[in-house]
Ligand binder design. Structure first.
Ligand SMILES: Nc1ncnc2c1ncn2[C@@H]1O[C@H](COP(=O)(O)OP(=O)(O)OP(=O)(O)O)[C@@H](O)[C@H]1O
Ligand SMILES: [Mg+2]
Length: 244
């Protein structure tokens, strides 16, 4: 039996002024799956991810997340979707004026998240432990390396126990070893939290380690889809070129 679909995007359109970015794009994400999205810079990968949680309003099309029609949601329903869909932003921005602990408490307070078994401080600790950074809990973001900041941002995403995570370039700007560690972490997080994920990446190694399937975006749609191995060995040079 096919696995349950947790995100279904159908025929989605988005233009900025007269520039068409999403041109009737379709996407499906299944429970437990890690879907990679690759494509040239500026092609619209982040726009697509933002549309899924309505940080950007699409022009037309359908978006279904965990059985909810996202484009028909009111603000309360949208808040609920955004709790269930963690978003690791491309910049991975932390609040510089807050300690790591405060950064992680922020989403709990904002959403008045309640966990029957654990208090807020315990949630912060568990989440940091998941990314292997319990020891930086009282540091300020400026004291952390780029890789550590990415992991803290990921811990902040995990704190609300999302069912789906959208990773927007989780390894960009990191050295090869640290990128590899983040890619392994993405796999570990899936096991620990039972998440499905979309992983937008230019990083070939991340695509190889962290994804089950990859879609490549071109001209506002996905032009090809396959596993890492299928795409790397494609008979089309323009596809293989994404993996050099
Ligand atoms: N809020 C916005 N207003 C106007 N144009 C936008 C907005 N957001 C994105 N764009 C434009 O949409 C296009 C796609 O941007 P997007 O950020 O999705 O690219 P991307 O594929 O994520 O690129 P990268 O790999 O560099 O992150 C770009 O031309 C960008 O300038
Ligand atoms: Mg982007």
């Amino acid at each position: 039996m096919e696995k349950e679909e947790v995100i279904v995007v159908k025929n989605l359109y988005k233009s900025f002024l007269d520039k068409v970015i999403l041109n009737g794009i379709d996407l499906k994400l299944h429970r437990g799956e890690n879907l990679g999205i690759m494509g040239k810079s500026g092609i619209g990968k982040s726009v697509l991810a933002k549309c899924i949680v309505r940080l950007i309003e699409p022009d037309s099309g359908e978006i279904n997340v965990l059985g909810k029609d996202v484009l028909a949601c009111n603000d309360t329903e949208l808040d609920d979707i955004r709790k269930k869909v963690g978003y690791l932003f491309q910049g991975g921005a932390l609040y510089d004026s807050m300690s790591v602990r405060e950064n992680l408490l922020f989403p709990i307070r904002r959403t008045q998240f309640v966990d029957k078994k654990h208090d807020s401080q315990e949630l912060v600790e568990r989440s940091l432990a998941s990314v292997g950074l319990l020891d930086v809990i009282d540091k300020m973001p400026s004291e952390l390396s780029g890789g550590m900041r990415k992991r803290v941002a990921l811990a902040r995403t995990l704190i609300l126990r999302p069912e789906i995570i959208l990773y927007d370039e989780p390894t960009t700007g990191l050295d090869a070893v640290t990128s590899g560690e983040i890619s392994e972490l993405i796999i570990k997080i899936r096991e620990e939290y039972n998440t499905a994920s979309i992983i937008i990446t230019h990083d070939v190694k991340c695509a190889k380690i962290a994804t089950d399937r990859i879609s490549i975006m071109e001209d506002g749609v996905f032009m090809v889809e396959g596993t890492y191995n299928e795409l790397v060995h494609s008979d089309r040079k323009e596809i293989r070129d994404y993996f050099i």
